[in-house]
Ligand binder design. Structure first.
Ligand SMILES: Cc1cc2nc3c(=O)[nH]c(=O)nc-3n(C[C@H](O)[C@H](O)[C@H](O)COP(=O)(O)O)c2cc1C
Length: 170
C-alpha cells in the first residue's frame, strides 16, 4: 500500500473487536508520535496511553460515544512549551497536537489497527479523571483497537469535495 492508498483506505472505525492490541504495536504507534514534526521542534506533546481496563473505564465518563475500544490515547500539548509567533502571538499548540494525532492514526492503520479521532469529549472530565495539569491543552483523543469483523466506513468517508472546491492554484 503506498502512502496515498493508506490515506484513502483509512477510515474512522467505530466498532472494535475484543482483541487487545499487542505491546509491540502500541510501541510502533507511539514511535510515530515521537518522530512527528512540531514547530521549531519544541516537541510539546504528551501522550497518555490508556492500556488498562481501569483507564478505559474512566474514559467512558468523558465522552458520549462508545465504540468498544481496547486502547486509547489522549494527546495533549504543553502550552508553555509551544512555539509562539511573535507577530500575533499565535501558538503552535493545536497544529503540533493535530500532526501528532494524525501520524498516530495513520501509523495504526498501517499495522491493522483501527482508530477514531474524538474531539467530542468533555474537557474538564478528561482533565480531572486523568489528572492533566492546567498547562496542558487537551487536543484529541484517539480510540483504537482491532476493527470488528462487521466494521465498515460511514458514508462520510466517501463524501469528499472535488479538489477544485478546496484547492486554489495560483
Ligand atoms: C478533528 C476531528 C475531530 C473528530 N471528532 C470526532 C468525534 O468526536 N466523534 C466521532 O465519531 N468522529 C470524529 N471524527 C471523525 C470524523 O467524523 C471523520 O474523520 C470524518 O467523518 C471522515 O470519515 P473517515 O474518517 O471515516 O474518513 C473527528 C475527526 C477529526 C479530524
Amino acid at each position: 500500500m503506498n502512502f496515498n492508498e493508506l490515506c484513502e483506505k483509512r477510515y474512522s472505525v467505530r466498532k472494535f473487536s475484543a482483541k487487545k492490541v499487542e505491546k509491540e504495536k502500541i510501541d510502533l504507534i507511539l514511535y510515530s508520535s515521537q518522530v512527528s514534526p512540531t514547530a521549531c521542534n519544541k516537541q510539546p506533546q504528551k501522550i497518555y496511553a490508556l492500556c488498562s481496563h481501569e483507564a478505559l473505564e474512566k474514559l467512558q465518563k468523558c465522552k458520549t460515544s462508545h465504540f468498544g475500544e481496547t486502547l486509547a490515547f489522549i494527546i495533549t500539548v504543553d502550552k508553555t512549551k509551544c512555539w509562539v509567533r511573535e507577530y500575533d502571538q499565535q501558538s503552535s499548540a493545536y497544529v503540533d497536537g493535530a500532526i501528532v494525532t494524525t501520524n498516530m492514526m495513520l501509523a495504526a492503520y498501517d499495522i491493522g489497527i483501527g482508530s477514531t479521532w474524538i474531539m467530542h469529549f468533555i474537557p474538564e472530565a478528561v482533565r480531572s479523571e486523568f489528572s492533566i495539569p492546567e498547562n496542558e491543552e487537551i487536543i484529541s483523543i484517539l480510540v483504537m483497537g482491532y476493527p470488528a469483523s462487521d466494521s465498515k466506513p460511514s458514508t462520510q468517508h466517501y463524501d469528499k469535495k472535488p479538489l477544485y472546491e478546496t484547492v486554489v492554484i495560483l
